[in-house]
Design a protein around this ligand. Structure first.
Ligand code: ACO
Length: 377
């Protein structure tokens, strides 16, 4: 044990390794690995279900395993009726991330395997959560439009079903491909704040729903996954491309952070950015996307010239989501619907590690203050 006065506080836990992991590695030189695979070798060559399988089973599936996994996912793309009713009763003023957090917690009450916390049950639970989070997101959106959620179809893949259930129209192949890439890029990212929150909860041997609810709460914050919605607020705020410079200089002059820029780990370009920028470029035949892209390129140049910082995953993800026709308050729910595979993979790994995550603090308050009874205060 270390005496309180000798404790060294690492503010923000910067550079602290809190546990070992095999799930993913964020290299500050600008590389990201899932189970040893460089994401640059995966994006565009895999479908999202392969990545979800890789993260939770720690290896890529063969063709038969992938077919079975896709089948399991599509079969699980349903919600218990009380969850659907609860979503429908939620005030339309609630942010979708608040509803998602609540309904994932609610889902825990209807888990078909109840209190079976065996390893096998946890793998099945992880698969169900990967399948059900997007359905909660689709149900929130469609119930706000007073429209029903289309039934998932076995002949569609998982990402295709997600877009269909969310938008109510069958996506074309290019839209589905964009979603596979987006979900692959958002699936995991080391010990980010939401994953760490999930692992802290799992380390107490609490259940997977509690861990994921905590993760959703952390992801929602604008310093983490909530940044993509703020990026779109900023792009909406800048009326014309010609106004970008004045707008960004104004923010920087006021010591404000530019949303979608900077990163705790990367000292080089975030490796996900080039893929997302490329996806946006492919979608620039749409007039609105081209306009947003042009603003983004200008912002990127100005912020780099002034601060030497790069865009992070949330910057071009915002425009990608917009091009897919996703309303901005659903950007972070789509992020959560992808990151769920990483969260549950980490929760399973944390159960295996079986150690309570419980740091110390350095107390800087007073000692032995004289107690004053309430009538004398
Ligand atoms: N805009 C302007 N300056 C920035 C930005 C930014 N977005 N990010 C970092 N900086 C500057 C800081 O002002 C600080 O400068 P200083 O040393 O002169 O004071 C320096 O860079 C270091 O910044 P910190 O906030 O201390 O870095 P930290 O590692 O704690 O924070 C974070 C990382 C939270 C991501 C930060 O860059 C930020 O707030 N970015 C904006 C929000 C955002 O885009 N979040 C999404 C991150 S990706 C994700 O979570 C999915």
């Amino acid at each position: 044990m270390i005496n309180n006065s000798d404790r060294v506080v690492v503010r923000g836990l910067k550079d602290v390794a809190a546990a070992e992991t095999k799930v993913s590695y964020v290299d500050f030189n600008g590389f990201l690995y899932y189970l040893g695979y460089n994401i640059d070798d995966l994006v565009g060559k895999v479908i999202y279900a392969e990545i979800a399988y890789l993260l939770i089973h720690k290896r890529l599936p063969n063709k038969q395993e992938l077919d079975n996994f896709k089948d399991e996912l599509v079969t699980a793309m349903h919600l218990p009726e009380p969850i659907v009713d609860s979503i429908k009763r939620t005030p339309k003023t609630c942010h979708p991330m608040d509803i998602l957090r609540t309904e994932v917690s609610h889902l825990g009450e209807y888990d078909v395997e109840g209190k079976d916390f065996s390893e096998a049950a946890n793998y099945r639970r992880a698969t169900r959560l990967i399948a059900q989070l997007p359905v909660i997101v689709a149900t929130i959106h469609r119930s706000r439009l007073n429209q029903s959620v289309p039934e998932p179809k076995r002949e569609y893949g998982f990402a295709e079903n997600f877009l269909h259930m969310f938008k109510g129209v069958v996506p074309d192949e290019s839209e589905t491909n964009v979603l596979h890439r987006y979900m692959t890029l958002h699936a995991d990212h080391g010990f980010n704040a939401s994953t760490f929150a999930a692992r802290v909860v799992a380390s107490t041997n609490s259940d997977m729903y509690s861990s994921v609810s905590a993760a959703i709460g952390a992801l929602k914050g604008p310093l983490h996954g909530g940044a993509s919605e703020k990026v779109m607020d900023m792009l909406d705020d800048i009326n014309l491309e010609e106004e970008v410079e004045e707008y960004i200089y104004g923010l920087l002059g006021d010591q404000k952070k530019i949303m979608g820029f900077g990163h705790r780990i990367y000292r080089a370009q975030d490796p996900r950015t080039k893929h997302l920028r490329g996806m946006v470029e492919d979608l620039c035949h749409r007039e609105r996307t081209l306009g947003l892209y042009n603003k983004c390129i200008k912002i990127e140049q100005i912020v780099f010239n002034r601060k030497k910082i790069y865009p992070n995953v949330d910057f071009y993800a915002a425009v990608t989501m917009d091009a897919l026709g996703i309303p901005k308050e659903f950007f972070t729910p789509f992020f959560a619907s992808s990151r769920i595979s990483g969260w549950v993979a980490h929760v399973i790994e944390q159960y295996e590690d079986a150690v309570l995550l419980r740091p110390e603090s350095k107390y800087i308050g007073e000692f032995n203050k004289p107690f004053i009874p309430i009538e004398n205060r």
